[in-house]
Ligand binder design. Structure first.
Ligand code: FES
Length: 89
């Protein structure tokens, strides 16, 4: 039997919460464990949630925006001869 656990993964969603996947204990400011009901939870980072520390979707209503830029894959560099086809004049 393996004792390894999956790594905890935090994902910052553009204009939204931070998704927490994995076995991690969440505590409030007083150090009390905040019960989790799901393996993946969304933590509010906009401050508007009515169920903090969890996200309740209020970020959409307030128009919360992050400065995250979704990385784009680099443009492919065409190999010589791979350019657009042009008929000779
Ligand atoms: S991030 Fe969703 S309510 Fe705050």
């Amino acid at each position: 039997m393996s004792t390894e656990t999956a790594p905890v993964v935090l994902t910052a969603c553009a204009d939204g919460p931070i998704l927490v996947r994995g076995d991690v204990e969440i505590r409030d400011a007083a150090g009390r464990v905040v019960p989790r009901r799901r393996a993946t939870v969304a933590l509010c980072r906009c401050g508007a949630s009515g169920i903090k520390p969890f996200c309740d979707g209020s970020h959409k209503a307030i128009g919360f925006r992050t400065d995250d830029e979704v990385p784009r894959p680099p443009e492919p560099v065409p190999a010589p001869g791979d350019g657009p086809h042009r008929d000779a004049p």
